[in-house]
Design a protein around this ligand. Structure first.
Ligand SMILES: [Cu+2]
Length: 114
């Protein structure tokens, strides 16, 4: 199921990335600050491991357009360790990431109900 959903999501993202990003914004009201700062595209992923003490998370992620990265499993830094309280291994998530001082870093992450 994970393989299939990743495949599906990759396809969806390639045609409907911005639309998907729009849908998830509804839960939290206004997001003016974020959108004025050129928000990063939301990327689908599955959480593999979470390491709060090291502020790291391993994600099996789909394509990350702003990092020019294809789907893979890798470790990310997290900008705020509180983000790691929202997710656990096995969760399907949507996240945004950027390269900060050379380190791939998760900026936002939200679980997705499947
Ligand atoms: Cu990667």
């Amino acid at each position: 199921m994970n393989k299939l959903s990743t495949l599906t999501l990759s396809l969806l993202l390639s045609v409907a990335g911005p639309a998907l990003a729009h849908e998830t914004g509804s839960a939290h009201g206004h997001d003016a600050a974020a959108s004025s700062k050129a928000a990063k595209p939301l990327v689908e992923a599955v959480v593999r491991t979470v390491d709060k003490s090291a502020k790291k998370i391993t994600l099996r992620h789909g394509e990350i357009p702003n990092l020019d990265m294809g789907p893979m499993t890798m470790v990310f830094q997290v900008q705020d360790p509180a983000l790691l309280d929202k997710v656990k291994p096995g969760d399907n998530v949507r996240f945004t990431a950027d390269q900060i001082k050379g380190a791939y870093t998760v900026l936002t992450i939200e679980p997705v109900q499947k």
